[in-house]
Design a protein around this ligand. Sequence first.
Ligand code: ASP
Length: 315
Amino acid sequence: MPSQPILLVHGGAWAIPDDMVEAHLHGVRNAAEAGWRVLECGGSALDAIEAAVLVMEDDETFDAGCGSFLTRDGRVQLDALMMDGRTLRAGGVGCVEHIRNPILAARKILEESPHVYLVAQGAEAFAQEHGIELCSNAELVLPREIERLKQAQEKESSGEKHAIFASPAVSHDTVGAVARDRDGSIAAATSTGGTLNKTPGRVGDSSLLGCGCYADNESAACSTTGWGEPMMKLVLAKWAADQVLAGGDPARVASDAIHYLHRRLHGHGGLILLDAKGRFGLAHNTPRMAWAVRTAEKQDHGIKIESTPALQPLP
Ligand code: ASP
C-alpha cells in the first residue's frame, strides 16, 4: 500500500516581529503548497523539498537566495544542502556568491557528482557546467540588507559584538523542508545566507551534513535553523535522527534536541523532524518560528509562538 505523503517546511526561528508575520506566513504556505503539488502527483520526497525550498529562496522575506544577510564586506554568500534518505546521497554547496538558487546546485551535486560538497568558485563552475546560470553578486543584494548590515556594524563598534549572533531576537530566516513520498522515502533540505555580518568564508551549520540537515529512511529527516555555531558543535540534525533510530518519537525528540542545544551550549534555534512512518515534530526556543505542515487532509501553518514544553524563551 502506498504511504501517505507529508511535507513540513520552516522559514526560520527567531523573534519574528508582528509586522513581518504575514510575509513569513505567506512564504511558508506557498512553499508547502509547491512541495505538496509534487508529492500529490506521485513525485519523490527529494523533488518535493527542492520545490519547496526553491519558493523560499525566491522569496525575499527569507535569508536564502536573493535578500540574504550580507557578509562583513557587503556580499551575499550562500550555503545549501539536500539529502536523500533512501540512498543517503547528499549534495551541498558553501560560500557561493553567483548562484541565485543554491538548492539547485546542491541537487546537481547530489545527482551528478562523485563528491558530496563543493565550495565557492569550484561549486559555481560545477553548477555552470551543469546548466545553472550564474548571476552577479549585486543581483542578490537588497538595499534593505545594506541598511541592516550598517546597523549591525554600528552596534558592533559600540561594543555589542556577540549580541549580533548570540541573541534569539536576532533574525534567523534560513529555510528548510523535509518530506515523505508515496514510496515511504524521506528527504531533507536547508538553504541559507548564513548570519548577518559574518566573516567572508564562514560556513554555518545549514549546509553541513548532520548539522543543519540530515536524512536517512532508517532514522529521520531533519532541517534546523538558528545560531549555527552551537548546532555544528552538537551535529544537531544527526543527533535528532539518531534519537529517532533509538526509538524516540519525533515530536518528543524535536523538543529534546532543542533542550540539548540550550543545556549544552546555550544555543537557540528550531528544527523540523520527520520519520519514514510519517511521524513528525517541530520545536524551537526562540520567541517564534515560521512553519507549515501539509498532508492530504489539510495544511497547517503558522508562526509557532509557544516555546518547546518546559523550556522558556531566552531573555
Ligand atoms: N543556521 C544558520 C547559520 O548559522 C542561520 C539561520 O538558521 O538562520 O548559518
